[in-house]
Design a protein around this ligand. Structure first.
Ligand code: GAR
Length: 230
């Protein structure tokens, strides 16, 4: 059983996805504590509904970033947390927290890292005109949205997407891959080698995704398959 500590700032739909996976018997873990820097975070309400202990650690009480993180470490250790989950936690962590849980902090980011780190990334993806974006779960190191990538999911970006529509499409994938990444950790199947997170016993899959859809390339595909037969 893996003990989780979840750090939140907002709505908490990723927290909810993890709670649902646990309650549905898909994930052998327990959320021991949910901590928010924002007293108004709806995520706190979600935790209470599931009888999960909550803590508010206000930015104002601990203005120095290191002191803030020291308090987080205290709470996480009090609850015997094995894995720290950042689920929409809108603060940058210091070495204090990162060193207390080396390669035992996960983050989810609404883009295909290393593209579009930072904030407002769905808007940036639209402005850049990428044809695909997605979500990334990664271990946290001292960089901003860097650290070994565990799972990514890809979504298409359409010409008439708004930031809201694209965010919702990505969020749906976040809810699939975050519990999955936690499950891999809980099963002891993640091994960090340098900058890579390797999934042990993972079946290899082949294939490619295209946007616009593959049917647009039908003529090209037919032509290529004929030429390969020559
Ligand atoms: C999610 O889209 C998550 O990827 C993003 O905040 C949202 C939180 O939603 N996180 C970041 O941008 C971190 N850099 P939630 O509160 O409903 O889980």
């Amino acid at each position: 059983m893996t003990n989780l500590g979840v750090l939140v700032s907002g709505n908490g739909t990723n927290l909810q996805a993890i709670i649902d996976a646990i309650e549905g018997g898909l994930l052998d873990s327990k959320v021991k504590v949910v901590i928010s820097n924002n007293p108004g975070a709806f995520a706190i309400e979600r935790a209470k509904r599931h009888n999960i202990p909550t803590e508010i650690v206000s930015n104002k009480t601990f203005p120095a970033k290191e002191d803030y993180d020291r308090r987080l470490v205290e709470i996480l250790k009090e609850h015997s947390v094995d894995l720290v989950i950042l689920a929409g936690f809108m603060r940058i962590l210091t070495h204090v927290l990162i060193n207390a849980f080396p390669m035992r902090i996960m983050n989810i980011h609404p883009a295909l890292l290393p593209a579009f780190p930072g904030l407002n990334v769905q808007k940036k993806a639209l402005e850049h005109g990428v044809k695909f974006s997605g979500a990334t779960v990664h271990f946290v190191d001292e960089g901003i949205d860097t650290g070994p990538i565990i799972i990514q999911a890809v979504v298409p970006v359409y010409d008439d997407d708004t930031e809201e529509i694209l965010s919702a499409r990505i969020l749906q994938e976040e809810h699939r891959i975050y519990p999955q990444a936690v499950k891999l950790f809980a099963e002891g199947r993640l091994e960090v080698k340098g900058s890579r997170a390797i999934i042990k016993d993972s079946p290899t899959t082949e294939g490619a995704m295209e946007n616009p859809s593959v049917t647009m390339f039908k003529e090209m595909d037919e032509c290529l398959s004929k030429s390969s037969k020559k």
